[in-house]
Design a protein around this ligand. Sequence first.
Ligand code: HEC
Length: 103
Amino acid sequence: MMKKIVLIAVLSFTSAFAQVEEPVEVPFIPYEIKMGKGFDAIQANCLMCHSFGYIINQGRQSKDFWNKKVLKMVIHFKAPISKEDVEITTDYLFEHYGNGELK
Ligand code: HEC
């Protein structure tokens, strides 16, 4: 979904400056967000407080690590994340930023 928004932004940017002789540069995207099942849950439950960078900075981690991180957000920072979304976001994080270890 984000990619589409970026693409639309790029397209409208290019057409608005179509008269300019200089080549139009595509905006630099600092890190790649991996799309997939559960991304909507991440967007709804995590990105309200901080950027995706916090997640990427952790590197690849175990499922247990991610589960505890999500729970830390709930317990420590009072993130309003439902039990179901805790599971969905943990699964997403482990699938895309996991190290294959459960513990
Ligand atoms: C209610 C606000 C809030 C929500 C929602 C939230 N976080 Fe956080 N998160 C924080 C705060 C506050 C920090 C600590 C910021 C700091 O130390 O500068 C943090 C830090 C982190 C870190 C950095 C490591 C650490 O332990 O501090 C990770 C990883 C992280 N969050 C992941 C998530 C994920 C994944 C979600 C969604 C499931 C999420 N957060 C949702 C507030 C939130």
